[in-house]
Write a protein that binds this ligand. Structure first.
Ligand code: TDO
Length: 186
């Protein structure tokens, strides 16, 4: 029996994952990740790293982050406490949706995750206080290969639901996309 529903988004490969819960009087059990089912949804590489974050303030923004080749990675992003507006930007140079973004609300309650393929930037805004996220990564952290977009870049036009209440200095100061930006060749 399938433990997940994989729902396509307007950006090819970017997938909303609905974790199904099996409930009984004690509560529920829901599978969080399953290599066999995720392989069919396009996540073919092994998980190399799992990160957890806590973001205290409502309205805080983190992003928009990615890694350049040879360390491109897919990420499975989930919110285990609170609610976030999660955003992925298509950076695949040959994609018909190059520089398009897509957002989804992820929360502990809706049990949805965003499966972000290689070649995308990722970021989010907290919609409640005390948001805890868990990330599954197919590549290890390589700070020397990190790339970033500015969350407020008018070329992206991401519509954030709330005013920004907190952002790191690093994220605030990411450069705007330049004319010759080619994106990522996979
Ligand atoms: C991502 C990462 C960071 N770090 C360190 C670097 C730094 O000292 C501290 C905090 O890192 P950052 O400021 O980059 O954390 P943060 O801004 O939360 O970075 C995250 O943002 C979201 C949007 C993503 O998509 C993630 O993949 C990741 O890039 O943790 C690691 O040691 N390992 C890691 O895997």
């Amino acid at each position: 029996m399938a433990r997940f529903d994989f729902v396509s988004t307007p950006l090819s490969g970017l997938t909303l994952v609905q974790r199904k819960a099996i409930e009984d009087q004690r509560g529920f059990l829901s599978r969080f990740y399953c290599a066999d089912e995720f392989r069919e949804a396009g996540l073919t590489k092994a998980i190399k790293q799992i990160n957890q974050t806590l973001t205290r303030k409502k309205g805080a923004v983190r992003g928009m982050h990615f890694q350049y080749p040879p360390y491109v990675e897919a990420k499975l992003v989930s919110c285990l406490h609170g609610e976030i507006f999660d955003v992925a930007v298509d950076l695949r140079s040959n994609s018909p949706t190059f520089l398009h973004w897509h957002g989804a609300i992820l929360s502990a309650q809706n049990r949805q995750s965003l499966l972000i393929p290689e070649g995308f930037a990722h970021g989010f805004q907290t919609l409640t206080e005390d948001c805890e996220l868990i990330y599954l990564h197919t590549e290890s952290y390589h700070p020397e290969a990190e790339g970033a977009l500015n969350f407020a870049d008018p070329k992206l036009g991401i519509v954030w639901p709330l005013a920004t209440t907190e952002i790191s200095d690093r994220d605030m100061n990411h450069k705007l996309i330049e004319q010759d930006f080619q994106g990522i060749s996979l």
